[in-house]
Design a protein around this ligand. Structure first.
Ligand code: GDP
Length: 527
């Protein structure tokens, strides 16, 4: 191919950063996202930023459930340009809409921003999402938010990162005071003080200093905070981790930034450092080895399928992460699993409710493809026809329900719906041994509701869900798997590929089973 394409491709790849924000509800993800978008120029939204709770959700009323709850079920993709970079933010659904999609979205990101409320520290959802990122070894950048409020001691927060998450940290800046007395941060790298102007926070004053012993720092911080600051920074210099770019890149060390998203304090510094340190689109594993983004042949995989984004269209949208080459509208690619050529004629991005057609896109970008029902989660599309990306991991469900169909005559429709929704990744399906009862497994309650709703709306089938008390699922690998061994507070079932899976009511039951079966493997994901 011409060197023209390879040069453009290189430029485009180098410009791009694709990341997801991981946090617990209420840490300030929506606020931070909005501030980041404000720095951007042209903004394209695939899906939508979560409505400002209720008021802005007019842009995402594609589904009844969403309307009822006033939240977005969608994990959306937002794109903006900043300082010559093109930034893709993958939104990860948070509140009750936490689901496997949230986890799967992380597989499409090259790095993650971990947002933490300074008063609450590391919370459960952050921990779960962190673990998925950790498994992938992607770089993680930490923003500790709400410094304008009374929070925990910064050292305690760093200690928590290490104790709870097992990640070392390097504070890029350090707060001067906190809560009502929050004066700003000391930027360790640029040796400057960024002042927090309580009322007029739009304008952030930056004072360049020679180091933290510069008299200006004392003047700004006041005697009391100055002494504390110097003590803290000396301790960090002596006992803290050194900044190590390689460790940041391998996800072993997280750069930490303190700030206040709602006041737009520290967000720009964060963004600029992030753009410098975060990786450009990274290669992805396939049956043909690692696929490099600079490979000129287009390839990508589908990580999420979403139904009925727009009530006026009853179609589905498949979200594809581009892994290599250039995407051009109308191009023909091989749908690898089914071995057919398809024309990518209607790639979508979303600007509010109007569908915005993408003309071209590059590795790291996410495009929405019109899906008449031909895609499954994990499907690969490739120009050469051969590339098949590694299967997406199946995440361990935490909630389980027995499902039956209310009207037995609808059994065929029921099965069709279940198959389809399983392929889309809405739910996971298990079967009891012998009786072949069907059990659904999910990681978030909303998945059950979406399942129930869509079975009725799209397949005309009313289902009955009865919650079971299991909390853990483990895929079993071993020679001697005996259902009789899983009777107390547990049950043996099979997944759709006939793998054995044991469900447990509590951690004690799980631990006991592991102790009793030392030669058996208990995997959190399907083998
Ligand atoms: P999300 O659930 O993580 O998306 O959180 P939101 O962005 O909706 O924020 C949750 C709440 O925290 C809202 O009331 C925000 O106004 C508030 N909030 C966000 N950032 C800050 C901050 O820096 N300081 C303070 N005091 N409140 C904040």
């Amino acid at each position: 191919m011409s060197t023209g394409l390879s040069e453009t491709l290189k430029q485009e790849v180098l410009k791009r950063r694709t990341f997801a924000i991981i946090s617990h509800p209420d840490a300030g993800k929506t606020t931070l996202t909005e501030k980041l978008l404000l720095f951007g120029g042209a903004i394209r939204l695939a899906g939508t930023v979560k409505g400002r709770k209720a008021s802005r959700h007019a842009t995402s009323d594609w589904m009844e459930i969403e309307k009822q709850r006033g939240i977005s079920v969608t994990s959306s993709v937002m794109q903006f340009d900043y300082n010559g970079h093109r930034v893709n933010i993958l939104d990860t659904p948070g509140h009750q809409d936490f689901s496997e999609d949230t986890y799967r979205t992380l597989t499409a990101a090259d790095s993650a921003v971990m947002l933490i409320d300074s008063a609450k520290g590391v919370e459960t959802q952050t921990k779960k999402l962190f673990q998925v990122c950790r498994k992938r070894g992607i770089p993680i950048f930490t923003f500790i938010n709400k410094l304008d409020r009374e929070g925990q001691n910064p050292f305690d927060l760093l200690e928590e990162l290490e104790q709870v998450l097992g990640i070392r940290s390097y504070p890029m800046n350090w707060p001067i005071g906190m809560g009502k007395q929050f004066c700003g941060v000391y930027d360790r790298k640029q040796t400057q003080v960024e002042l927090f102007q309580g009322d007029d926070h739009r304008e952030i004053k930056v004072r360049k200093v020679s180091g933290y012993d510069d008299p200006i720092v004392k003047e700004i911080a006041g005697e009391f905070f100055y002494d504390q600051l110097v003590q803290d920074l000396e301790l960090l210099d002596v006992a803290g981790d050194e900044f190590d770019f390689e460790k940041v890149r391998s996800g072993e060390l997280t750069p930490v930034f303190f700030g206040s998203a709602i006041n737009n304090f520290g967000v720009q510094t964060f963004l600029e450092n992030f753009l410098q340190l975060a990786p450009t689109p990274t290669p992805r594993k396939s049956n043909e080895g690692m696929i490099e983004p600079l490979n000129e042949k287009f390839s990508g995989y589908i990580f999420k399928i979403q139904a009925n984004m727009n009530p006026a269209h009853r179609d589905r949208i498949a979200f594809l992460r581009i892994c290599s080459g250039k995407f051009e509208r109308g191009m023909s690619v091989k749908h690898v699993r089914v071995g057919k050529d398809i024309k990518l004629a209607q790639p979508q991005q979303f600007l509010a409710q109007d569908r915005d057609i993408v003309e071209d896109a590059y590795p790291g970008d996410i495009i929405g493809l019109f899906d008449p029902g031909i895609f499954r989660i994990g499907d690969s599309l490739s120009q050469t026809g051969g590339v098949e990306f590694d299967e997406l991991p199946t995440f361990s469900p935490e909630l389980f329900s027995k499902v039956t169909v209310k009207n037995a005559l609808k059994h065929k429709q029921f099965q069709k719906g279940v198959d389809q929704l399983t392929e889309e990744g809405t739910i996971q399906v298990f079967k009891t041994i012998g009786f072949e009862d069907m059990i659904l497994g999910v990681v978030g309650q909303l998945q059950f509701e979406v399942f129930e709703y869509r079975m009725k709306a799209e397949y005309g089938v009313e289902v009955q869900l009865s919650r079971m008390s299991y909390q853990f699922a483990r895929w079993l690998v071993g020679d001697d798997i005996d259902p009789g061994k899983f009777r107390i507070n547990s049950q043996l079932v099979k997944d759709k590929k006939d793998n054995y899976v044991a469900l447990f009511e509590n951690e004690y039951a799980l631990r006991t089973a592991m102790e009793k079966n030392p030669n058996m493997k208990f995997l959190e994901m399907a083998p």
